[in-house]
Design a protein around this ligand. Structure first.
Ligand SMILES: [Fe+2]
Length: 300
């Protein structure tokens, strides 16, 4: 092509869209490149419990199998693990009745997530596929940001299957099945939220390091700690809020500044993951969140 013809050619405007992800469109899970998957940190309540570590390693091993077989293996949870779930899920359900978004509460029951037993990723995955064409894939621990977010581009969320240590049912320093199933998974039944998540994934695949940091903040203040306005009331939809009694209660106290969502401000707000959140952002709707995010990522 000569320089003349090159200069007259008009590039089609980049526009971000959602697409159905068929099984054959998925990258090979076995090719997942994870720089580092977090092992158990020393401050984990189970760090010095050899039995807990063995059990966690076993369940993490099932996630590694998934990468070869593409089949989610159900975990045979022990009575002790079920007990931890029952304690946490029951207590969260009480607070959520008042504080969680009505969409979320509805979705939780649609997915069959109850206080009585730990739900299997396989069953939630099947239901999500039917409701919003979203997928779950087992993972053995916390993954670095770009790798984790990029999978959202394929409408896939990486989820852990093990459960927190029984000594501290109210606390986990890493994602576990409580955080995934009670915090994250119900939100993906919402088409706008699922699309928004996919946009974040598209963004992560092309972001510069600086943009990736911004995306990480957007994710933090929405997917993890988001609030939404519903019929004149503020409700929680973020997974970090919905899966933690402390955070969920704190979010509605005077300790927290609840600001109207402003994307530019959000992507420039830093956070400290080891402490209670002093600032949260309230979206007006999931559709607004999706469309604002679409425009932002189109600007990359
Ligand atoms: Fe999370």
């Amino acid at each position: 092509m000569t320089p003349e013809t090159a200069s007259t050619k008009t590039e089609p405007e980049f526009s971000l869209s959602n697409y159905e992800v068929k099984d054959e469109d998925l990258p090979e899970f076995r090719d997942m490149k994870f720089e580092k998957i977090n092992q158990l940190e020393l401050d984990h309540p189970g760090a010095s419990d050899a039995d807990y570590r063995t059990r966690r390693d076993h369940i993490a091993g099932l996630a590694k199998n998934f990468r070869e077989t593409h089949r989610i293996t159900d975990v045979e949870y022990t009575p002790e693990e079920q007990k931890v779930w029952q304690i946490v899920a029951t207590r969260l359900e009480e607070i959520q009745a008042e504080r969680a978004s009505s969409f979320y509460l509805d979705a939780k029951s649609k997915l069959g997530i109850s206080t009585t037993r730990i739900p299997q990723l396989s069953e939630m995955n099947k239901r999500l596929g039917e409701l919003s064409n979203f997928r779950l894939a087992p993972i053995e621990g916390l993954v670095e940001t770009r790798a984790f977010l990029s999978w959202l581009s394929y409408r896939t969320m990486l989820c852990t299957q093990y459960i927190r240590h029984p000594s501290r049912p109210e606390y986990t320093p890493e994602p576990d099945i409580v955080h995934e199933a009670i915090g994250h998974i119900p939100n993906f039944t919402n088409k706008d939220f699922a699309d928004f998540s996919q946009f974040i994934g598209h963004g992560a695949r092309m972001a510069t390091d600086e943009q990736l940091e911004e995306l990480g903040r957007l994710y933090w203040f929405t997917v993890e700690y988001g609030l939404v306005e519903e019929a004149g009331e503020i409700k929680a939809y973020g997974a970090g809020l919905l899966s933690s009694f402390g955070e969920l209660e704190n979010a509605f106290t005077d300790n927290v500044e609840r600001r109207p969502f402003d994307l530019k401000r959000v992507i420039n707000t830093t956070y400290d993951y080891s402490d209670m959140q002093p600032v949260l952002y309230v979206i007006s709707s999931y559709e607004y969140l999706k469309e604002t995010t679409r425009k932002y990522i189109e600007s990359f």
